[in-house]
Design a protein around this ligand. Structure first.
Ligand code: PXL
Length: 281
């Protein structure tokens, strides 16, 4: 029997509010993948809509864990990165990717920096520059518009006004990496992504129904399903389509609950659908 693919997941662990590892781990597991978490920080809650959260920086623990994994000669089907606590964490992650990746390793960088035109509270200009360098190591980058603007050093308004097809081509760095730009709405009432696939240079647009409200963690949910589907061998467009549809289903069950957006997207009861789609049950 083929061994279960492994994903090294370098993200924060936030105790309440659904984001990062509390989404990444269950999603990848439900899709039949072994998630190997490498937490960048422990927060009591995420920083979107909560104040006064605790923040335990795990940079030294990360460096130690990476060294241990190197010494074991571990190799991963994928390395998937997200929220970072400081610029050193981006550099450590880039070094780790360089040292342990093989030609078969899929490197996905979700360049988590901000949303709705604003950086997250803990992000600095130096961190954004370091994130752009980490994203240079990616096979696939998954920015929203705010992060795309940071990666391209353009004003947010310039990126939202541009054609998404042009933006993903520019983000591909002359076709050397694949891009999935999230939060793309071609018409009112729709939401989805624009994809540049470096395998053949094609650009595709994926749209689904927008339920009318944004919830915390949808970006992490989208990128996690996308990563899982890519590791399972789906095409970029197919993986983006599955991610967009799963996020829509979860948003549709979250909206009528009328909870504060900061409590996050209610995805846990629907994880079985991912296992079903992967042919596991
Ligand atoms: O969902 C992105 C994210 C991840 N991790 C933490 C965050 C956020 C966004 O606010 O605060 C800790």
């Amino acid at each position: 029997m083929k061994r279960t693919p492994t994903v090294a997941a370098i993200h924060d662990l936030s105790g309440f509010g659904r984001c990062s590892l509390t989404i990444v781990m269950p999603v990848l597991s439900a899709m039949g993948l072994q998630c190997c978490p490498l937490p960048t920080a422990y927060l009591s809650t995420h920083t979107g809509g909560f104040t006064g959260n605790t923040f335990v920086d795990l940079t030294d623990a990360m460096a130690g864990a990476m060294d241990h994994w190197r010494s074991l000669g571990l190799r991963f089907s994928s390395i998937y990165t997200g929220f970072m606590g400081n610029p050193r964490q981006m550099a450590l992650s880039a070094d780790f990717i360089r040292d342990v990746r093989t030609p078969a390793t899929l490197v996905v960088v979700d360049p988590v920096m901000g949303d709705h035109g604003k950086l997250y509270r803990t992000y600095t200009a130096e961190m954004c520059r370091a994130m752009a360098l980490l994203a240079d190591a990616a096979d696939v980058v998954v920015p929203n518009y705010t992060e795309a603007a940071q990666l391209l050093s353009l004003p947010y308004e310039a990126v939202t006004a541009a054609a998404p097809e042009d933006t993903v081509r520019r983000l591909s760095r002359e076709g050397s990496r694949s891009v999935v730009l999230t939060g793309v709405s071609l018409r009112p009432g729709q939401i989805g992504a624009a994809c540049f696939d470096r395998r053949d240079g094609s650009v595709s647009l994926v749209q689904t129904v927008f339920v009318g409200r944004a919830f915390h963690g949808t970006g992490d949910l989208f990128a996690s399903v996308l990563t899982g589907a890519l590791v399972r061998g789906d095409s970029l467009e197919g993986a983006a389509r599955q991610a967009a549809e799963f996020v829509r289903l979860c948003a549709q069950r979250t909206a009528p609950q009328d909870l504060p957006a900061r409590e996050g997207i209610d995805f846990e009861p629907l994880l079985g659908l991912l296992a079903k789609e992967a042919g596991l049950v």
